[in-house]
Write a protein that binds this ligand. Structure first.
Ligand SMILES: [Zn+2]
Length: 370
């Protein structure tokens, strides 16, 4: 018997799953400052964001020199000595040349077995000229400082971890380009790189870029991260946009790595309103949850071979991550199309196929994409 309610049940079910899927795309809850010392707390990191993003601090400005000095003193407080890569950069692209003087702040957390390849963590400390840059990229920088503190509270890792606070990102990735200029040294020293960015001030931190031949790094990521939000589709979309981050010169140098950014609150991006008070602490916590779990993981495994056949990956619901060899994509697509054709043929045979329902199904499928 077909009651009207029964007829609408599949649609109601679909809507419920769609609503749940949207609801679950959110960052983890910020951890309070009273949390154990070896955990990452967004409330602790927030104190650094407040200083770092007190006012606009673009490349070469006195305010940026203050941020540089603050980073040096914070590293000292954390028991590490930091150095400055003080260098002039000349960069030309598409007929436009940029020359500038950058000062990258670099520190190293020594591992128990020095000599192997290191983990490289980076975020840029300069801001765009008209914004204090709490989300872009104060959150990334503060997450690094809080992670160093949490790591120092635990047992040492096996591998070295290099912490690179780049300068001049907003002027054309100048600090990262300077760091990556010596490609041979970079490949010798660095096994895997993690870059943290902000393109807004809220929402989950998405793993939006993965280096090519991602099989190894995605497998390890899936093992290590407690709250993964990633999709091969993000990268396919990002690849076709004229956007670059500090990860670009590293990827071009052949370094394996992952790139993270939160993208909600886009109107705050490069705006005077990108202030510490407006930053979503959930986004900061999410940066930290990746950072700490991945540095602990990559810090304790061999980084000698970090490439593998490409994988496809996505979150069907919340932070549940599915990943499988990209080679399965074609057979899976063929299977899906065969099942669709079979369903259409069966419906036609039983006289249940109508143009209205076909169109409705198509619209629901297209509507399901966003
Ligand atoms: Zn940025």
């Amino acid at each position: 018997m077909k009651t009207p309610l029964f007829r609408w049940l599949p649609l109601l079910g679909l809507l419920l799953v769609a609503a749940l899927a949207v609801f679950l795309v959110r960052p983890p809850r910020p951890v309070p400052a009273s949390a154990p010392a070896n955990e990452f707390s967004a409330y602790r990191a927030q104190r650094d964001v407040a200083v770092l993003a007190g006012r606009p601090h673009s490349l070469g400005s006195p305010a940026n020199a203050e941020v540089r000095d603050y980073l040096l003193s914070r590293c000292r407080e954390l028991g590490l000595s930091a150095s400055i890569q003080d260098i002039s950069v000349l960069f030309a692209e598409k007929g436009q040349a940029t020359a500038a003087h950058v000062q990258n702040v670099i520190t190293r957390l020594p591992g128990r077995q020095p000599g192997g390849k290191a983990v490289l963590v980076l975020a840029h400390y300069d801001s765009q000229p008209h914004t204090p840059g709490a989300g872009d990229d104060g959150a990334g920088v503060a997450a690094m400082l809080e992670a160093i503190r949490a790591l120092r509270a635990g047992p040492p890792l096996t591998n070295d971890v290099i912490w690179l606070f780049t300068d001049g990102e907003e002027a054309g990735l100048l600090g990262a380009r300077a760091y990556a200029a010596d490609t041979a040294r970079l490949r010798r020293e660095v096994g895997v790189a993690l870059n943290f960015e902000g393109r807004g001030n809220a929402g989950p931190s998405l793993t939006f870029e993965v280096s090519p031949q991602n099989g190894w790094v995605i497998g390890e990521y899936a093992r290590a991260v407690p709250y993964p939000m990633a999709s091969s589709l993000f990268y396919e979309a990002y690849r076709h946009l004229p956007n670059n981050t500090d990860f670009t010169p590293l990827r071009q140098a052949g370094i394996t790595g992952l790139n993270f950014a939160f993208v909600n609150g886009y109107p705050y991006y490069h705006s005077p309103a990108d202030t510490p008070a407006h930053l979503d602490l959930g986004s900061l916590q999410h940066h930290g949850s990746y950072l700490l779990s991945l540095v602990r993981h990559f810090g304790n495994i061999s980084l000698a071979h970090t490439k593998g056949p490409d994988e496809t990956f996505f979150n069907p619901l919340g932070s549940w991550l599915i990943h499988y060899p990209a080679g399965w994509n074609m057979p899976l697509t063929q299977l899906t199309i065969s099942l669709l054709v079979l369903a259409l043929a069966l419906a036609h045979q039983r006289g249940r196929l109508s143009w209205g329902s076909l169109l409705g199904g198509l619209l629901a499928w297209v509507g399901g994409w966003p």
